[in-house]
Design a protein around this ligand. Structure first.
Ligand code: 3H9
Length: 684
């Protein structure tokens, strides 16, 4: 018997306990331990029921993801699942925490499930480019019905265990001791009923094909380019044709195809990259992390209000500070309206909205924010404005309070110039809309204290953001790389490509949106103003000329009804021939010869620009590792997860190939930024 799976007999019930911290993942040792424990329990004639439970914070959270990509070890999980499903002694799963992936498959194979209130259940395999590989696609439709099961499996979204038993998904629910509940259920119900057979029947559903077509439609928009959800759909449909065991065999084949696919390798990499980004290497500290409960947000515009909403949703108290009552009222109304619309859409309850608003205080007085633990400045992107705010903060809040700027580009060391204790100044760069976007770029300056950094990393977890710690440079990691990507889109416009052609190429590559449609949405004038403040960026006359010309002609993007595209009142996008005329004239003046490009050439050029800038960032140690960069691009810029992020994508292309392509672009354009980063040489 393994150390991590034990079995004890308790009053004629065998209790199998798995103890494999941190999340009881189904490693080879757990799988073989479980099989041994089952055999031992089944051999004991005094036993009438078996309970499977887990130690620690959760039931089994899935297969051990680290094992994928390595030589498979016996026993395979489907065999363990089948051993449970075919057990002659009834098995009860005692659930708590997160019951995910292979963990949920084990629970579904048990004849009964009892659970702690608040337990989450899910088959998130598609998020790893996989399908449930140990019978989940065959078991869940037999428990929940085709439609519900399909929705859960192809979205990968978890559900909460029902609060009361439904005798399908769960047979008893408790809010205290789940093992005690399982034992009581065994004695009061299982012993007398003698157990039940697992549902092995073919799922009969007249509208199965309609349900499948509906799901397919959703996949096209929500899981663009991903193969695993399509395979999951195929596997789920086996339940309408085959028995459980036959369906399991056939779906296993689809699982193996997914497991060995480049998409799954990239998505598994992304899973661990995000965890790594949350744990930067920092000197150890003895002082406790700062307690952050009261937060001030300065600026009640779209960004400030979004940040405030994100903090309120995480249970924090928020002061929203504006320079005048009118601006404040606008921001407060925006928050109230957004919350009431969330209530109408059923995302939060009326009570939750009420509680959130009760924790929000609007003010125009610095004196009323004196007890803040953290201030996040989200004011206008101007050094003068920001320094003025930080000087006021210096005179108002305690020296223990962390002072953060949400600037996207500005030098935070320069902002901190007006502050005496510079070690408490940091960048907290949210992405718009801040209450929805997952990424938080945490920017350390040369003075930021380790305790302040660690406290902000912990704060990111509290507000359910994906943290990525980066160093100071213009645009930090995300926007610095985005500038190189946008730069190439602008050059291509002067070389004769249309905005539609460029955007389509990047959307076909897998980006959530094309760069020019994004620019229209965020406002072309934002980058324009930033470039004016930092003239070094515009040394090349063609660099962002296309965007600059649009701004000069009053086309600022969606907000003015025109930018790279024309927009109607509903913000529907159409192409505008005037735009191409503007670019054509500019190109002629600069003697740029029009060329034609394929979609692949366009996307490759923009992605190579990202990769080279990312490599420069690593060379300069602005990001600690490639995982930080990829985390930023996956969570803040819609880079396709099935490519793992720009740096993982480069590695998959091969760094030698990347270098050759960069050298060719350098030769073709003569532009210095195409010189391959020296970091790439270190990888060859
Ligand atoms: C599957 O099951 C396939 C089957 O259908 C078929 C097989 C044949 N494996 O997230 P946390 C590590 S696919 C290995 O910070 P939390 C994680 O890396 C799997 N390691 O904690 C971290 O390590 P470190 C389907 C795992 O409380 C530590 O545990 N299941 C696994 O914020 C703590 O994690 C999933 O996709 C794993 N499965 O969240 C579930 N899971 O400390 C994936 C976690 O070294 N996991 N680790 O950085 C989760 O969603 C979250 O971890 C969970 C806990 C919600 C469980």
């Amino acid at each position: 018997m393994s150390n991590i799976v034990s079995v004890v007999s308790q009053n004629e019930v065998a209790v199998i306990t798995i103890n494999n911290p941190p999340v009881n993942a189904l490693s080879a040792e757990v799988r073989s331990g479980l099989l041994d424990a089952l055999t031992q329990a089944q051999a004991d004639k005094s036993i009438f029921a078996i309970v499977i439970q887990c130690e620690g914070r959760t039931f089994i959270a899935g297969a051990d993801i680290k094992e994928f990509g390595q030589t498979p070890k016996l026993p395979h999980l489907p065999d363990v699942v089948l051993a449970i499903a075919n057990s002659s002694v009834p098995i009860i799963a005692a659930l708590h925490g997160s019951v995910l992936g292979g963990g949920f498959e084990i629970a579904l194979a048990c004849q009964y499930r009892v659970g702690l209130k608040g337990t989450t259940l899910g088959l998130p395999e598609v998020n790893l480019g996989l399908i449930p590989g140990a019978g989940g696609t065959q078991l869940l439709p037999r428990v929940l019905g085709l439609s519900k099961a399909m929705n859960m499996i192809i979205t990968g979204k978890s559900i909460k265990l029902p609060d009361t038993a439904d005798n399908a998904l769960v047979h008893a629910v408790t809010d205290s001791d789940v093992l005690a509940c399982a034992l009581e259920f065994s004695h009061t119900f299982v012993k007398s009923s003698g157990g039940q057979k697992l549902n092995n029947k073919i799922v009969e559903q007249d509208d199965a094909e309609d349900i499948k077509q509906h799901a397919l439609k959703n996949l096209v928009s929500k899981r663009k380019g991903q193969t695993a959800p399509l395979k999951a759909l195929e596997a789920i449909m086996y339940t309408t044709q085959y028995s459980l065991e036959e369906g399991m065999k056939k779906s296993r084949k689809l699982f193996l195809e997914c497991r060995d696919s480049p998409q799954s390798a990239a998505m598994r990499y992304a899973f661990f990259a995000e965890k790594k980004a949350q744990k930067p290497k920092l000197p150890s500290i003895s002082a406790p992390l700062k307690n952050i409960e009261k937060v001030t947000v300065i600026g009640a515009g779209t960004m400030g209000a979004g940040i405030a909403m994100c903090l309120l949703a995480s249970g924090l108290s928020v002061y929203l500070l504006e320079i005048n009552a009118e601006n404040l009222e606008r921001g407060m109304s925006y928050i109230k309206n957004t919350l009431s619309s969330s209530v109408k859409k059923g995302r939060i309850s009326e009570q939750q909205a009420f509680e959130q608003l009760a924790r929000l205080t609007g003010t125009t007085e610095y004196s009323s924010i004196a007890d803040s633990h953290l201030v996040i400045e989200a004011a206008f992107e101007s050094m003068v404005v920001k320094q003025d705010i930080f000087a006021k903060l210096e005179a108002t809040v305690s020296t223990e309070c962390i002072l953060a700027s949400n600037t996207s580009y500005l030098d935070i060391d320069e902002i901190a110039y007006v502050v005496t204790h510079k070690s408490r100044v940091i960048g907290l760069h949210f992405f718009s809309p801040a209450h929805i976007m997952k990424l938080l770029e945490i920017v350390k300056t040369k003075h930021t204290d380790t305790n302040v950094i660690s406290s902000c990393m912990a704060f990111a977890k509290t507000i359910k953001k994906q943290a990525a710690l980066v160093g100071m440079c213009y645009g930090f990691v995300g926007n610095r790389m985005y500038a190189s990507y946008g730069r190439e889109a602008n050059f291509l416009l002067l070389e004769g490509c249309s905005p539609e052609q460029i955007d389509k190429a990047l959307v076909d590559f897998g980006m959530a949106m094309g760069p020019l449609a994004v620019n229209d949405m965020s406002g072309i004038d934002i980058g324009y103003k930033a470039r004016k403040e930092n003239p070094n960026l515009s040394v090349d006359p063609a660099y962002f000329l296309a965007a600059n010309l649009l701004v000069d002609s009053g086309r600022l993007g969606q907000k003015t009804g025109s930018g790279f595209y024309a927009y109607d009142e509903k913000l529907n996008r159409t192409s505008d021939p005037i735009v191409m005329d503007i670019f054509k004239n500019a190109a002629q003046k600069l003697n740029i010869v029009p060329q034609s490009y394929t979609s692949e050439e366009i996307s490759e050029r923009l992605v190579l620009a990202l990769i080279n800038e990312g490599a420069n960032i690593l060379q300069e140690s602005i990001a600690e590792n490639a995982e930080v960069i990829d985390t930023i691009w996956l969570n803040g810029y819609g880079f396709p997860r099935y490519y793992g992020g720009p740096m993982f994508y480069a590695q998959q292309l091969g760094w030698k190939y990347v270098k050759e392509k960069l050298l060719a672009l350098h030769q073709q354009t003569g532009k210095d930024w195409w010189k391959p980063s020296t970091y790439i040489d270190s990888l060859l």
